[in-house]
Design a protein around this ligand. Sequence first.
Ligand SMILES: Nc1ncnc2c1ncn2[C@@H]1O[C@H](COP(=O)(O)OP(=O)(O)OP(=O)(O)O)[C@@H](O)[C@H]1O
Length: 276
Amino acid sequence: MSELTTPGLTVPDLAPALEVRSLDVHYGRGRSRKKVIDQVSFTVAAGEAVGVIGETGSGKSTIARSVLGLVQPDAGSSVRVAGREVTGLSSRALRAFRRSGVVQYVFQDPQRSLDPDVSVGQSVAEPLLIQGVLGRAAVRDAVRAQFEQVQLDPAFADRFPAELSGGQRQRVAIARALVTKPRLLILDEPVSALDSANRVRILELLGRLRGADVALLFISHDLGSVAGVTDRTLVLYRGELVEVNATSRIVNEPAHPYTRALIGSAPTMRAKGTTP
Ligand SMILES: Nc1ncnc2c1ncn2[C@@H]1O[C@H](COP(=O)(O)OP(=O)(O)OP(=O)(O)O)[C@@H](O)[C@H]1O
């Protein structure tokens, strides 16, 4: 590919949203040192929605933490977000990288990403206020538009997290994550803590984000949850990728025995009648 660059200016939009190469992660030291991610490589194209599934302890969250710069992978690993290498950044560079809002995340429990003492409108505005690029009126408009995108009544903006339902809180967390217009949104078990009605609504909302400019990395132990949202799915088993394919292929023709076992044990796949 030819270099479409002006001196001193890269063209990040052409880069994949995420490139992970030869990712190795160990936890612990000395005798308790253990490898939890083993030579994981994958790419998420701009705007693509990719699922990561695996049972508890398989290393899904560790991949997310590596992308967010919250764990330091082993030497030789590479994690690039929108063309920018994340491994080995100084803590100052890492703070600037996070502040840029190029990657955002939503966790299972919206309580973790929302300050209980701050109104939810303020929570959604905060990433923009930290960036300090937009004026007050523009921030207010952006917050309102973001509430509408996640189908929350903008009148809720003055409420506090405790005054919303779990599903509404997760919508706020998604709105907050999207407000900086990230290239990559990491969703780590975003519906696991919700009741089934809210789970369906949030999955529909995430499905509608497909085709928007943001790429999704959707982490779940449940293939049924990622199935309607993602284009491709990675299957992680004990820190290694054992299968990578189009999500429809993973659902209908799983190649690896571990994937087949995961489908058999997935409650939402059973609900669709694929397995008794
Ligand atoms: N800070 C840590 N120190 C030591 N070991 C850890 C740490 N965090 C996670 N682990 C271990 O690393 C492995 C992978 O954990 P990880 O949280 O990435 O898995 P996961 O697939 O996200 O699991 P879950 O679905 O339960 O969240 C597990 O064996 C876990 O016990």
